[in-house]
Design a protein around this ligand. Structure first.
Ligand code: MN
Ligand code: MN
Length: 280
């Protein structure tokens, strides 16, 4: 292990000396995305270092997570949906499982939410239905590192209706979407392990299905941003657009920088405007 670490440092030093940074007047090329699911950026500059235990980057085949050990859940989850990721399989029951990619002491188990006492569902950030191309993919979304505690009426109704809308954009309107979701605030910890966010937020960037996605996002691109209260008494029939907000406001509350792989001139415009189309 020790030798490996020195070797890594040696190789890194070598790469720096062989490929010195080059100064040029050309436009800045966005940092290469490690995954299509994080093509728009890494909102919290998460890293895959175990020392970074509250902002730990996990690049998974179906989505990317910034994990927070202290909160027992994700800071954010980021994923892309196009028609290739959607199918017609039904939800495969409730096969929740601990994330074995995390150190044992960091893991949340499927029983850690204590629903009977807290009323808090295991709320998927990347929903299983967003990965309905295969049963195996749907099951993979049940990893506990993809969950935040959400009140039943939020998870099963208001939040779910926006999830459904995102898929309809892909299935019925010829779109592909980039989604980032997470929580903010604290209403306490479940058994000292899992933070209950006061609200969960979601950002959806909507573009026509196609290639070279980043270059097709401009100042007119539709961005849906919502922040929904994580309340047990949330009225289940509340339409999701009730909770529309802006990316700027979510950035302010979370301290993250979303869509950071886009030129700042574009971020400035699309992060400041509230969606006007709603559920159509
Ligand atoms: Mn859900
Ligand atoms: Mn931003």
């Amino acid at each position: 292990m020790k030798h490996l670490r020195f070797l890594t440092i040696f190789l890194f030093a070598l790469s720096v000396s062989v490929f010195p940074s080059i100064s040029t007047s050309a436009p800045v090329t966005p940092a290469p995305a490690v995954s299509v699911h994080m093509a728009l950026g890494n909102p919290s500059n998460a890293t895959p270092s175990l020392a970074n235990e509250d902002n730990f980057l996990m690049v998974k085949p179906l989505f990317v997570i910034s994990y927070n050990k202290s909160k027992g859940g994700p800071n954010w989850v980021s994923w892309h949906i196009d028609s290739s990721e959607l199918g017609t399989f039904a939800r495969p029951g409730s096969p929740f499982f601990s994330d074995t990619a995390l150190p044992a002491a960091w893991r949340i188990t499927k029983n850690d939410y204590h629903f009977a006492e807290t009323g808090m569902d295991r709320g998927h950030m990347c929903p299983s239905a967003d990965r309905s191309h295969s049963v195996a993919n749907m099951k993979a979304t049940f990893v506990m590192s993809n969950m935040l505690p959400q009140s039943a009426n939020l998870n099963r109704h208001v939040w779910a209706s926006l999830e459904d809308y995102g898929r309809r954009l892909v299935n019925d309107q010829g779109k592909e979407v980039y989604i980032i979701a997470g929580g903010v605030g604290s209403k306490g910890m479940i058994k000292g392990k899992v933070n209950i966010p006061t609200a969960t937020w979601k950002i959806i960037v909507v573009i026509d299905a196609g290639e070279n996605d980043l270059s097709r996002i401009n100042k007119n691109t539709r961005v849906i941003a919502v922040k929904m209260p994580n309340n047990l008494d949330l009225e289940s029939s509340t339409p999701w657009p009730t909770f529309m907000t802006t990316v700027d406001k979510i950035e302010e509350e979370t301290g993250y920088d979303f869509l950071s792989n886009l030129p700042t001139s574009i971020q400035k415009v699309i992060e400041a405007k509230e969606d006007t189309i709603g559920d159509q």
